[in-house]
Design a protein around this ligand. Structure first.
Ligand code: WT7
Length: 650
């Protein structure tokens, strides 16, 4: 765990509290505690009132069905369509000419789509999918760069009731294949390639073999983005542009049940196999619409920018569904912050007059290291609110963000949540909640959270424990796709009746929550979740590797970086070449984000007498801590040898 520990906080920040700046409170939509009070009075009627803000084709007849936990149902028998709520509703309210989506490509090309234009594109792609035989309940995999077509594809799925599975464009073709196979997708939407730091990253051509090995896939739709060459497979592959030419508009939204599946999003867990986290229609939209409105203080003239990729939950909830269901203008950028120069983000904020900016601590720490002169070149005074997500933010980075980017005029909403929670769970309300640098403050109104000890008992102030959610919330995951057993085991069996988050946390005397990080074998690399087991299984697939143990090592920029300890097969020599080869192998199996920073060869791994790998000891070695008791090990000698060898390299 690398987050903010109680001792560190008490030493550094005693008594510091940041109240909403005057300039902010003047225009905020909420500057009193009415929302907290309303939710506290009656949690369920609070959610019912929030749900009234959506357009329902038929109203629900039961708000929450909790008769069969953990299989909760929200807005039972309610009927609605997500794309209708994100598009048609606003057009009917006179916002047809408002910008819905503003895009800038890495090369500086720019496109914006009004709500009317976006609806037209969505209808056309809905009709195209429909013609390909995609029906309500069918799965569609989207493996795309950050371009408008990706969002059109997602919304089109929701319009016809197809279940989308967006796979991060940075994941490898092998990872894509696993996810297509698991979801049994009928259609894959992808592109010829994407731009990244001036280079073209091939997508479709790289996935040649992977796609051929997916029997469920009837069609692959390809957007031409970069002009990168690929072989069109007759009878299966189709060009987006050609499909759209003959597609029909308008296309009526399909009426969905509140509990119909909306999307699957794969996320890492403690085994080698990613979990297909399943979200459903009504509760998810109520959750993300409400949280977006209040956490990002939605104002009609906002140009809102969340820097996440649509391949992650942040992109789903707070680039697409949250902003669009509120009729906001959502900005997306294709590239990285350091291309062509390290001021690209500040340049974009200046150019598009961005008002709300939501990014990750790892990015903030990089900006900080690159230096203030990149920021100072630009007029970023349009900003009024900042956000942080993905991992604990250290107070130093928080203060830099507050002063250098927000010019001490913008509250920072540090939002804690997960792919599973669908919506922000712990977060300030920017016009209301006084901030403490490094704390995610309090539960969103209508959500009940606690920190508990090993026995599931609530802990006192300053006492470390496990973060749990005490009662169901609308945007909660409903299941793991095709694996209810794992769903029950992972989240609900640790503490009966409580949702187990997998994070360590503590509360302070004011009831503020402080996140310490994962307590399981899941790493957080630059705010992205990677399972140690995933990397380990990728490593041992290599013919030279016998066994592997992977740990997260504290990293100043990324939060954590990957260190792998590998034992080799008989007769294989562990040299630098093999290190490079193994790193490449992991990139190929999973994607560049999972590439180990360092690989260390050892004759044996530290194991308990029952054969369980003691990753804790490896973490201690890597971070040069005292090892404590090692007498329970099968072979205590191993530790001495690793320590010696590892130490020699550092
Ligand atoms: C894990 C969830 C939710 C979107 C991004 C990641 C960590 C997330 C924070 C935060 C401290 C955070 C937790 C959580 N995390 N936000 N504000 N402060 N930690 O989604 O991939 O599902 O990962 O990210 O450890 O469990 P995810």
């Amino acid at each position: 765990m690398s987050g903010n520990s109680p001792d560190e906080y008490l030493n550094k920040n005693r008594g510091k509290l940041f109240h909403p700046p005057d300039s902010f409170t003047k225009t905020t939509r909420l500057n009193d505690d009415s929302l907290y009070r309303k939710a506290k009075q009656d949690r369920l009627s609070f959610w019912s009132e929030m749900a009234e803000n959506l357009h329902w084709v038929e109203k629900w007849d039961q708000l929450l069905d909790d008769a069969n936990p953990p299989y909760y149902k929200w807005f039972v028998n309610g009927k609605l369509n997500i794309s209708e709520n994100c598009l048609d509703v606003h057009i009917n309210n006179g916002l047809g000419d408002k910008k819905a989506l503003v895009f800038e490509g890495e090369n500086g090309d720019s496109v914006s789509l009004t709500y009317s234009q976006l609806l037209k594109e969505v209808c056309k792609f809905s009709s195209a999918l429909n013609k390909l035989g995609v029906k309500k309940g069918d799965a569609v995999t989207i493996w795309m760069p950050m371009i408008p077509e990706s969002i059109v594809a997602m919304l089109a799925c929701t319009r016809i009731g197809a279940v989308h599975s967006v796979v991060f464009g940075g994941f490898s073709p092998d990872a894509l294949k696993d996810r297509i196979l698991d979801s049994e997708s009928k259609v894959v939407v992808t592109a010829d390639g994407s731009y990244r730091r001036g280079k073209v990253i091939p997508l479709r051509s790289a996935a040649e073999e992977a796609l051929d090995e997916c029997p469920s896939v009837e069609n692959v739709v390809i957007v031409k983005r970069t002009g990168n060459d690929f072989k069109l497979k007759e009878g299966r592959d189709l060009l987006w542009s050609e499909l759209m030419e003959t597609a029909e508009d308008p296309f009526d939204p399909v009426v969905m049940d509140a509990e119909d599946p909306l999307f699957i999003l794969y996320s890492s867990g403690t085994t080698g196999k990613p979990k297909g986290i399943l979200h459903t229609t009504g509760g998810y939209l109520v959750g993300v619409k409400t949280t977006f409105q209040y956490v990002f203080d939605h104002r009609e003239d906002d140009i809102y920018w969340c820097t996440a990729d649509i391949g992650w939950i942040t992109g789903h909830s707070y680039i697409v569904y949250g902003p669009l269901s509120n009729g906001s203008s959502t900005f997306i950028y294709e590239g990285t912050p350091d291309y062509p120069e390290r001021d690209r983000f500040w340049e974009l904020i200046e150019k598009y007059r961005i008002t709300v900016f939501y990014t990750a601590p790892t990015a903030i720490r990089s900006f900080m290291r690159w230096g203030n002169h990149y920021v100072d070149k630009h007029d970023i005074s349009s900003l009024r609110l900042l956000g942080s997500v993905g991992e604990p933010i250290n107070p130093e980075a928080w203060l830099w963000y507050y002063e250098q980017i927000g010019k001490s005029n913008c509250p920072i909403v540090d939002t804690w949540w997960q792919t599973e929670t669908g919506m922000t769970i712990l977060t300030p309300l920017p016009g209301v909640t006084p901030l403490k640098p490094g704390s995610v403050t309090m539960p969103f109104p209508g959500v009940e959270v606690d920190v508990v000890d090993d026995d599931g008992k609530s802990t006192g102030p300053g006492q470390k424990g496990f973060l749990v959610i005490k009662s169901p919330w609308p945007a909660m995951l409903r299941n793991l796709y095709g694996d209810p057993e794992r769903f029950e085991k992972t989240y609900w069996e640790q503490y009966p009746g409580l949702y187990f988050t997998g994070d360590g946390a503590w509360k302070d005397n004011d009831g503020y929550f402080w996140i310490m990080g994962r307590v399981d074998d899941v790493l957080n690399i630059s705010g992205h979740r990677i399972g140690t087991m995933e990397v380990e299984s990728a490593l041992v697939e290599h013919p030279s590797a016998a066994e592997a143990a992977v740990i997260g090592k504290a990293d100043e920029i990324k939060g954590q970086s990957i260190t792998a300890f590998v034992t080799l097969k008989e007769g294989v020599e562990g040299n630098d070449e093999l290190v490079q080869e193994l790193k490449k192998h992991v990139s190929k199996k999973i994607g560049a984000i999972a590439r180990p920073q360092e690989i260390f060869f050892t004759y044996e791994l530290p194991k308990t007498r029952s054969g369980k790998i003691m990753r804790r000891l490896l973490r201690d070695i890597a971070e040069q801590r005292d090892l404590g008791d090692v007498t329970t090990l099968m072979d205590p000698q191993v530790i001495a040898s690793i320590k010696e060898g590892y130490g020699a390299k550092h």
